[in-house]
Every structure is written in C-alpha cells, then in structure tokens.
Ligand binder design. Structure first.
Ligand code: PHE
Length: 347
C-alpha cells in the first residue's frame, strides 16, 4: 500500500486497546475527528491537481473505510462486553429458596377477648375502653368502697407516684369496675333531658393490676366488666346472659352455672359465678369464673341515675382464666412469658 498503511495499522491497534466505549471514542477522534490524522489528509487534497486528487482521494477512502469498519466492530464488541458484565453483576439465582416473612399469631388472651367481644355484641352489648391508670374515686369511692373500708384490702393495689386533683394517689386499676361508672356517666350525659333513656348495656374488657404473682395470679391480668342497667333488669337477666355467654364461649351447652352468695361493696346482693362442665376433661368440678351482682343503689346514684328507677346487674370476669379453661392451660404465667414454643401453638 502507501503511507496510509501505518495509519490504518495504528488505528486498528488503538481501537483494539480501548477498554471502554469512552476510550474508543477518544481513539476514533485521533483519526477521524475534526483534526484527526485521516481528516487532515482529506483537507490536504485541496492543494493537489485533479488527477493527483482522484488517486489520493481513493487511497484515503480505502484507509478510512478500513478504520470505520474496525471502529464499528470494536463498538459492538465493547457494548457486548458491557452487557455481559452487567448481567453477571446482577445475576439472579432463581433456584434459591424464597425468604419468607414470619407470620405472627394472635395471642390466646387476645383471641379469647375477640370471642368475648363478638359474643356480647351479638347480645346487644357495646364495647367500651377506658384508662388503666385511674383515680381513687373511680377505682374505689364511686364503687361504694370508701376510705378505710375493710373491703379496700380485698385488692392489693399498685399506686402511681402521681396525685389526682383531689390530692389522692393515682392507681393502676385493680379491676375493670371503674368502667361501670365512666360508661354509665357518659351514657347519662348523652341522654340527659330525653324522655326515655335506652338501657346501659356494655362490656369493658382490658388490663387490670394487682400485687399478686403465682401460677394462677399475675400482677397484670385481664378482666371483662359487664353492665346492664335499665328500668326492669333483674338477676334473671344476669343468669340468662351469663349462661348464653358461657355456652357460646365454650361452644357447648353441656355446662352448668352456680351463683354463690358473696360480697362486693358495689353490688347487693352479690354472687360469685361458678361454672361446671358436664363433659370433657374438666367435668364435675366447680370453677370460679366471675364476680357479679345487682348494682348497689349508691353506685347507681354515683353514676348519675335515679336509683329508684334504674336497676341492673354487673359482672367482672377473668379473661385469662376463661382462656386457660378454653385452651386447657394450667399455668397463667405461660401467657406472659413470651415463650415462642407455647405461643406458636396458637399461630
Ligand atoms: N370487680 C370485681 C373484682 O374484680 C368483680 C365484680 C365486678 C363483682 C362486677 C361484681 C360486679 O373482683
């Protein structure tokens, strides 16, 4: 060939050496750019005679075509290599087993609570929620449990290092009964001035606290309060509602209830409710499940009602106890230890 052969060789070598598209484009500029070697040769054609121009032009074109072809080929190679390495970097191993998200379960106590709420909702009861830190008045005084009354010691209460407006220590509610007062007060207020007032029919489930800790008592436990007040609500209604509740909760009619006389300052008469299964592993034993009674007239007045007209019943049942009976658990602490071997059985 001619003097252009080394130019072509050097271009091909430079292209081959380029490792990236950017390096390749730089190399291209050195030959085919505005002042590239080949471009300069083309510019020089202007000074030649027509015949010389024709011959030289043809030579330059051959060289340029060789360089172009090599450039195109190298571009394709580099693009291919880049794709390969991107694919390798983003490799997805579709044979790897998936990472599953652990699914949680509903705690047995929460499960029992949900059942209780559904059952009472079907009996026409509202569900109310209230504070776990209470004033002395709601936890005791309004429930006819005055200062220095011996019944206060029925509950060993936790106190909070804070005082209410009356200068009395706040407490962690030892039972859900304060919710009887709170809900009934709100009900009275809501219907104040109306010609007739609908019955108060409510349950109030939630956490309660006492200074207690053994296999059947925990310092934090759960109760559900029930309250039905109206002009004509009797102990009979309590018996009917509670029997319905127990049969629905345990999904059996093969059980009996016993109302055993007892004492609570806020009910008169008062009764413990005992349950006996007629079949199954617990059959034949009386099991205490609830306190109950007819709401004391003084409590009815404290709620803001006329105790001559309004009468009804209340009960307070241990949700944890009911869950233990339903699931056959003999140690209350299992509910609160957080042991996954236990909890997984309910997931
Ligand atoms: N509050 C009582 C307790 O915790 C239970 C109870 C509630 C009794 C309502 C009668 C009426 O022991």
């Amino acid at each position: 060939m001619n003097d252009l052969k080394p130019v072509v060789d050097s271009a091909l070598a430079d292209f081959a050496q380029a490792r990236t598209p950017a390096e390749l484009e730089d190399a291209k500029a050195r030959y085919l750019g505005k002042s590239g070697i080949v471009t300069e040769q083309l510019k020089a054609l202007g000074a030649l005679s027509p015949e010389q121009k024709k011959a030289r032009g043809a030579e330059i074109n051959v060289a340029k075509q060789a360089i172009d072809a090599s450039l195109v080929a190298r571009r394709a190679e580099l693009a291919e290599a880049q794709l390969e390495s991107r694919l390798a970097a983003q490799a997805l191993d579709v044979t790897l087993p998936g990472r599953t998200r652990g699914t949680g379960g509903i705690h047995p106590v929460s499960r029992a609570l949900e059942r209780i709420e559904a059952i009472f909702a079907s009996l026409g009861f509202e569900v109310a929620d209230g504070p776990e830190i209470e004033t002395d008045w709601y936890s005791f005084t309004a429930l006819n449990n005055p200062d220095n009354h011996p019944a206060r010691s029925m509950q060993d209460t936790f106190y909070v290092d804070l005082k209410d407006d009356e200068g009395r220590w706040l407490n962690l509610r030892p039972h859900t009964s304060p919710m009887q007062i709170r809900h009934a007060q709100a009900h009275a207020k809501k219907h104040a001035g109306a010609a007739t007032m609908p019955d108060v029919r409510v349950i109030a489930p939630g956490r309660t606290f006492r200074v207690d800790n053994d296999a059947t008592h925990s310092p934090m436990f759960h109760q559900v309060e029930g309250l039905w007040l109206g002009e004509d609500v009797s102990f009979r209604d309590l018996k009917a509602v509670y029997l319905d509740f127990m049969q629905a909760f345990f999904e059996t009619s093969e059980l009996k209830l016993r109302f055993r006389p007892s004492y609570f300052p806020f009910t008169e008469p008062s009764a413990e409710i005992d349950l006996m299964f007629e079949t199954g592993p617990l059959a034949g034993r009386w099991l205490e499940v609830s306190g109950s009674g007819q709401v004391h007239p003084q409590v009815v007045r404290n709620m803001g009602f006329d105790a001559e007209r309004v009468i009804g019943f209340a009960f307070g049942s241990g949700i944890d106890r009911l869950a233990m009976l339903r699931y056959g658990i003999d140690d209350l602490r299992l509910f609160f230890d957080g042991d996954l071997r236990f909890l997984r059985q309910f997931a």
